[in-house]
Design a protein around this ligand. Structure first.
Ligand code: DC
Length: 231
């Protein structure tokens, strides 16, 4: 199975999801967006009226077990690029920048990561899986260290901010969004994801580091597919 797992890690808005989905479609593999799991946890957190809005490490430690139990007992369904939690379509809600930031804060908690590690490995072992393309921050370093094909996708932070800005404008028609706010948010999220002690964002020693700042989606997909055939 390890030669049928492609991990694509990298910072926020580096294009991981778009590239991973396309590659999964071309190869007929399943696709797992691991960031969605952290976003679902953030959604569960934000929908608990008794959890503190002033979120910090101490608050998270107090509620981590309740949060993990709720996650483990929830019915989660991925269908046609939509995410259902207990039959409710939460896709647009969990894609917000607010949930992304909360997900990044929760993701620094080691117990939460251990629980999700189990979930992700079980998903990969599910029967009938042809192969897996998965994206995140630690897929090549921690979750699937034996995968043969590991990509670390990077891009200039200004380009990433511009891409995220255009995506938000086209998906939400929210004209109030400011490029500078997005840039600042991306920088803060990168810093948090890189500097946490538990499974930080970093390339695995055997990863292929690909800078797609000046590449189109198709060019990036082709480079990854060509690399996959060589490993
Ligand atoms: O990829 P994303 O933006 O949907 O991820 C949201 C947050 O979840 C990200 O800022 C950090 C966390 N995350 C993580 O820690 N490990 C992963 N494998 C995927 C996401």
């Amino acid at each position: 199975m390890n030669n049928k797992i492609i991990t694509i890690d990298g910072p926020s808005a580096s294009g991981k999801g778009t590239i991973a989905k396309k590659i999964a479609d071309i190869l007929g593999f399943n696709y797992l967006d691991s960031g969605v799991l952290y976003r679902i946890l953030a959604y569960i957190y934000s929908s608990q009226p008794d959890f503190s809005h002033d979120i910090n490490t101490e608050n998270i430690q107090q509620c981590q077990q309740i949060l993990i139990d709720k996650f483990n007992h929830s019915k989660i369904l991925f269908e046609n690029n939509n995410i259902f939690l207990e039959n409710i379509n939460i896709t647009s809600f969990i894609r917000s920048e607010t949930i992304g930031t909360l997900a990044s804060i929760l993701a620094a908690n080691q117990n939460i990561r251990i629980q999700l590690l189990d979930w992700q490995r079980k998903y990969a072992l599910a029967q009938g899986l042809e192969g897996l393309v998965t994206d995140g921050r630690d897929m090549g370093t921690v979750v699937f260290p034996n995968a043969k094909c590991k990509i670390f996708l990077i891009a200039d932070v200004n380009k990433r901010a511009q891409r995220r800005y255009e995506q938000i404008i086209s998906q939400t028609k929210n004209q109030d969004v400011k490029l500078n706010d997005i840039l600042l948010n991306l920088k803060q999220r990168d810093e948090r994801d890189i500097n946490r002690s538990s499974s930080p964002l970093k390339p695995s020693n055997d990863a292929f580091i690909l800078d797609n700042s000046n590449l189109t989606i198709e060019e990036t997909v082709n480079i990854v597919l060509t690399y996959y055939k060589t490993v």
